[in-house]
Design a protein around this ligand. Structure first.
Ligand code: GLA
Length: 379
C-alpha cells in the first residue's frame, strides 16, 4: 500500500508526499451504544484501513484527492467550511484540520492530500474514524508536532462530533488510535481511559456484511442518543453509566416504555463488558461468546437497533459448530454481524451461513475472516 500511495500521489500531484500515515478500521467487540453514555466498550483494530499522504505547499489552499471519489477538491483554508453532497468525504480530513487549534496544535498551511483504502467497503468498520486518525497523524507530521495518541483520538472525535455533525462516542476513534495486533482495545469512555487486552490465541473474527442500511440510519443513531440522554435525566444522572438496574426499576413509573428499554440495554451492556473482560482474562471463550450473543439479543429486544437480516445471521451462527457467539457490530440498523469462532471454523462454514442467508434474502453477505492489527501509525 505504501508504494501504491506514493505512486498515486506522484501521478495526481506531480511530486512525492512528505508524510504518509495509516489508521485501521475497527470492529465493535462488545459495548453497544455504551460509549456516548459514559460506559465501557471493547473493540478491535483490524489489519486494514485508510492511508493518507500529504505534502506541504506554499499558500493557504488545500487540495484533497480521494482514491474513492477520484477527483481533486480545492479548499481555501481561510474559509474551511463543511462540504455538502458528493464532496462530503472532504469533511473528515478538513474537520480534523479545523479542530487542531482546540488542542494547542498547529494547522499546516497549504497542503496536498490523498487517501486510499483497503477497508472492505460499506462493512461498518468505521472508515470515517480511520481517515480522521490518519489525517490527524499526517497533519502533525507536517507541522513537526508529536501529540499523544489520546490527543489524536480526541481531535478526531471532535471533528466527527462538531464538524461532520455525528453525535458518536469515542469507540471508533479510540480503537483506531490505540489498536494493537492480537489485542482488544478497552475504553472507559468517561476518562477516557484506554487499555489493551490480550486476545486468546484461539479467538477468530468473522464478519458477515449484509450491505443493508436503514435509510434513516443517521437519524436513528441520533434518536437513540437523545432517548438515552432523556432516560438519564429522568434517573437523575448526567449519563446512563451512573444509573443502576435497581434505580431503573424504581423509576419505572416515571419513564416511558421506550426510554426504559433503552436504559436497560445500556446498563446491562456495560455489565456485560465487565463480564467479558473477566472471562477473557481467564481465557474463557465459551462464556465470552455467550455474552456476545446476549448483547445481540438485547440490541434486538431493548435497543431495537437490529434488523431481520442481522437477526437471521446471529440465529444461524449461534447454532453453527465452532462459533462461540455472534452479534451486530457498530451502530446497527443494518450493516454487519461479527462472529467469534475457533480456528476450525472455515470459509466453507461461512459460505454455508451466507448461502442460507441468500435463500432467505436474495443476496449473499460478504464473509470476511479478519485479523487484528496496530493502531494509527506513520508508514
Ligand atoms: C457507531 C458510533 C460509535 C458507537 C457505535 C455503537 O459505530 O460511531 O461511537 O456509538 O455506533 O456502539
Amino acid at each position: 500500500m505504501k508504494d501504491k500511495i506514493i505512486a498515486q500521489f506522484k501521478e495526481v500531484f506531480g511530486a512525492a508526499p512528505d508524510i504518509i500515515a495509516r489508521a485501521p478500521g475497527r470492529i465493535e467487540f462488545i459495548g453497544n451504544h455504551t460509549d456516548y453514555n459514559g460506559g465501557t466498550v471493547l473493540g478491535a483494530a483490524i489489519d486494514r484501513g485508510i492511508w493518507v499522504a500529504v505534502r506541504a505547499v506554499p499558500g493557504n489552499e488545500a487540495s484533497f484527492y480521494s482514491g474513492y471519489a477520484k477527483k481533486t477538491v480545492k479548499i481555501d483554508l481561510a474559509r474551511a467550511e463543511k462540504q455538502a453532497g458528493d464532496l462530503n468525504w472532504v469533511n473528515y480530513p478538513l474537520g480534523v484540520w479545523t479542530q487542531l487549534p482546540a488542542f494547542g496544535l498547529k494547522q499546516p498551511g497549504g497542503f496536498q492530500f490523498l487517501d486510499i483504502s483497503d477497508l472492505p467497503s460499506g462493512a461498518g468498520m468505521s472508515s470515517s474514524a480511520a481517515i480522521e486518525l490518519a489525517s490527524a497523524l499526517a497533519f502533525a507530521g507536517l507541522t513537526g508536532e508529536k501529540p499523544s495518541r489520546e490527543t489524536l483520538v480526541k481531535v478526531a472525535k471532535k471533528a466527527e462530533n462538531e464538524f461532520v455533525g455525528v453525535p458518536c462516542g469515542i469507540l471508533d476513534q479510540g480503537v483506531s488510535g490505540f489498536g494493537k495486533k492480537d489485542h482488544l482495545v478497552f475504553i472507559d469512555c468517561r476518562g477516557p481511559v484506554f487499555e489493551t487486552v490480550p486476545l486468546p490465541a484461539d479467538a477468530h473474527f468473522w464478519v458477515f456484511n449484509t450491505h443493508t442500511k436503514h435509510a434513516l440510519v443517521d437519524g436513528l443513531y441520533a434518536a437513540r442518543h437523545r432517548e438515552c440522554m432523556e432516560a438519564a435525566k429522568v434517573l437523575g444522572a448526567s449519563l446512563l453509566v451512573e444509573a443502576t438496574l435497581p434505580k431503573l426499576e424504581a423509576a419505572k413509573g416515571e419513564l416511558d416504555a421506550t426510554a426504559f428499554k433503552r436504559a436497560k440495554h445500556v446498563i446491562e451492556e456495560i455489565e456485560r463488558v465487565a463480564q467479558v473482560r473477566a472471562a477473557l482474562a481467564k481465557g474463557d471463550l465459551v462464556t465470552t461468546g455467550r455474552l456476545l450473543t446476549a448483547s445481540h439479543r438485547s440490541s434486538q429486544a431493548q435497543f431495537e437497533n437490529s434488523t431481520p437480516e442481522l437477526d437471521f445471521l446471529v440465529d444461524t451462527l449461534a447454532t453453527t459448530a465452532n462459533v462461540f457467539g455472534a452479534r451486530l457490530t457498530g451502530g446497527g440498523f443494518g450493516g454487519a454481524v461479527m462472529a467469534m469462532t475457533n480456528g476450525s471454523f472455515a470459509q466453507a462454514d461461512a459460505d454455508r451461513v451466507a448461502g442460507l442467508y441468500e435463500v432467505k434474502f436474495g443476496a449473499a453477505p460478504d464473509t470476511l475472516h479478519l485479523k487484528t492489527g496496530p493502531g494509527a501509525e506513520y508508514a
